[in-house]
Design a protein. Structure first.
Length: 592
């Protein structure tokens, strides 16, 4: 092989690895985190967990990605180690799909229909369809599908290029003599492990081995130890991912390592042990791409069948390696934020769902904070109630800080358009949710001041403020429930009520000024009432903002400055009917 052959080989390898990366990224965008949510929720049964792990890995084309995701699940506490083991086993089975797809490069036949199965025949067609979708697709889904097809075409082109570049090596005596070194099983295992550890993908390293098999210089006895090593090498990704994680995540990474080490040891001992007595005839036969895919599948499926009954044993082995600590027995309050694991940043769709889950908790805390503040206002609440509101507000501040930082990291990833929209919506909404809790603290501080000075609203002022409070509590419930459930119809009802609250705010203040003039109220009480009314109106404004962001997800043309007009046009008479209904429901009595 001359220098040009080497350059062709290197170029083919680069295209192969790039194509695999592009295809995997496209598949992840299309899944939008749904596959990872399945992994999180449906792993109670070990056999089902294996099947699920295999299915997800077959779709996203990366056992390393699945395993790293599982390490993140365990680290964040949303999955137990026993559940993770089944998924890890399934991931090893699912990764064999890639090697079978790559084996199509070795299809040989004079039949037109069989030749159409060769990647060199159908990859150009996929590339053409892919580039059309990628360049002309207006929605992100079409562009992502185009990215998958382009990635697959580039991957296959790289595979063909590598195979063509290495074929001349069959006539190079130095190369064929070098392969005799791999007849030592231990050296073959080490070589496979090191290669996979370097490129961080067993699928890619098996693909490289399949390309090299085009030289005709590899035999079954040479390839088997290398494939065993490749499965061990893929554990490096999970081990690196576990650095800095909690002990549960480290145990998960060790389970992955033990699973492949035990499987490789058993497989090699059985194969070479039986070969001594039976003398397998195929051992010294030349192996092709399909043969490598077959060995890869037999090893992973066989190891899974062998060790599936011993999941508890693998779990105990992991706990022997890293014993349970006292800290794990008494988890800290901030364990909840482990959902925001940096490992999930590689799968943006799922990372967004984790942020949404915490944002939903934050919304519920904000609602509770406001309701407690109202309780303190109307029941001469104790100091304990006021302290509870302040403690909740501090907790909500922590939520906003943690989620915002994580979303900022997420926004720097290569996000699909819809994922980018979701990140923007969450960032805006959590800011408004946090501000609602700030206004709740302002309300409770006004209640504390009234209690301290022994001040009380007049009967009429109390009635008006109760109606105002009921309206604000209603809009808060509608906005936050719409946020948590993603209910666009409920979000549409927020703005008519917000307009009614604007009117209530003006009327309540105006009526209190009249009472001041008639001497029925003091200036001190007037200032406090004005502060409370203003905070109520601001809470309603933040609810309106949340509803707007939710509706903008569905209608990108919706703009804040033209919000009300747009809703009136879109809903027709509905908006007016809702406005009338809310005006009737929250109508103030006659002024005195």
């Amino acid at each position: 092989m001359d220098i040009f052959g080497v350059l062709t080989l290197v170029g083919g390898l680069a295209l192969f690895l790039y194509g695999m990366s592009v295809m995997g990224a496209g598949l992840e965008k299309v899944s939008g985190g749904r596959l990872e949510l399945l992994l999180e929720r449906l792993t109670s049964n070990s056999l089902f967990a294996v099947l699920l792990g295999a299915g997800v890995t077959a779709v996203i084309q990366s056992s390393s990605a699945t395993t790293v995701m599982v390490v993140g699940f365990v680290n964040s506490g949303i999955m137990k180690l026993s559940q993770a083991i089944g998924i890890i086993m399934g991931a090893n089975v699912g990764t064999t799909v890639t090697s079978w797809i790559l084996s199509l490069t070795g299809v040989q036949s004079d039949s037109v229909w069989i030749r159409l199965l060769k990647p060199s025949s159908f990859s150009p067609v996929l590339a053409l369809i892919g580039i059309i979708l990628y360049m002309s697709g207006k929605n992100s889904k079409k562009r992502d599908i185009g990215e998958i097809l382009l990635g697959f075409a580039v991957l296959m082109f790289g595979m063909e290029t590598m195979s063509g570049a290495v074929k001349p090596l069959a006539d190079v005596p130095e190369f064929t003599s070098l392969l005799t070194v791999f007849k030592n099983p231990l050296l073959g295992v080490v070589t496979g492990a090191v290669l996979t550890a370097i490129i961080q993908s067993s699928s890619a390293s098996v693909g490289i081995l399949q390309a090299l098999s085009a030289t005709g210089a590899f035999t079954y006895s040479t390839c088997i130890p290398i494939i065993m090593g490749q499965n061990i090498g893929t554990c490096v990704t999970a081990m690196l991912s576990a650095i800095g994680a909690n002990k549960s995540a480290k145990r998960t990474a060790f389970v992955h390592l033990y699973f492949n080490l035990i499987g490789a040891a058993v497989f090699i001992v059985l194969y070479f042990g039986l070969d001594l007595f039976i003398d397998f005839r195929f051992s010294n036969q030349t192996v092709g791409a399909a043969g490598i895919a077959f060995i890869h599948s037999v090893f992973n499926i066989g190891t899974t069948i062998l060790l599936l009954p011993f999941i508890r044993g693998l779990e105990k082995l992991a706990y022997l390696t890293i014993p349970l600590s006292e800290e794990e027995k008494t988890p800290a309050e901030d364990e909840v934020f482990k959902l925001l694991d940096d490992r999930f940043l590689q799968t943006p769709g799922f990372a967004i769902e984790q942020c949404r889950s915490l944002a939903n908790q934050m919304a519920e805390l904000s609602k509770e904070c406001f309701l407690k503040a109202v309780e303190a206002l109307f029941s001469d609440g104790s100091e304990e109630t006021a302290e509870g509101v302040i403690a909740l507000e501090n907790r909500i501040d922590v939520y906003e800080d943690k989620i915002s930082v994580y979303l900022a990291k997420l926004s720097s990833q290569n996000l699909a358009y819809q994922d980018s929209q979701n990140v923007s919506t969450l960032l805006h909404c959590i800011t408004d949710i946090e501000r609602i809790s700030d206004h709740a603290v302002n309300v409770v501080e006004s209640a504390q001041e009234m209690r301290k000075r022994k001040l009380h609203f007049s009967k009429k002022a109390t009635e008006e403020m109760e109606i105002y409070t009921e309206a604000v509590t209603d809009i808060l419930g509608r906005a936050l429930d719409a946020f948590v459930s993603g209910n666009e119809k409920l979000a549409f009802t927020v703005e008519p009520l917000e307009e009614v609250i604007d009117g209530l705010n003006k009327n309540v203040k105006k009526r209190h000024v009249k009472r001041l003039r008639k001497g029925k109220c003091t200036i001190e009480l007037g200032l406090i009432l004005s502060d409370i009314a203003t905070n109520y109106e601001r809470v309603a404004d933040h609810c309106s903002n949340i509803a707007l962001y939710l509706m903008q997800e569905q209608d990108v043309e919706l703009e804040a400055h033209n919000y009300v007009n747009h809703l009136r046009e879109k809903n027709g008479g509905n908006f007016g009917l809702q406005l009338e209904a809310f005006e009737e429901k929250y109508r103030l009595g006659k002024s005195k």
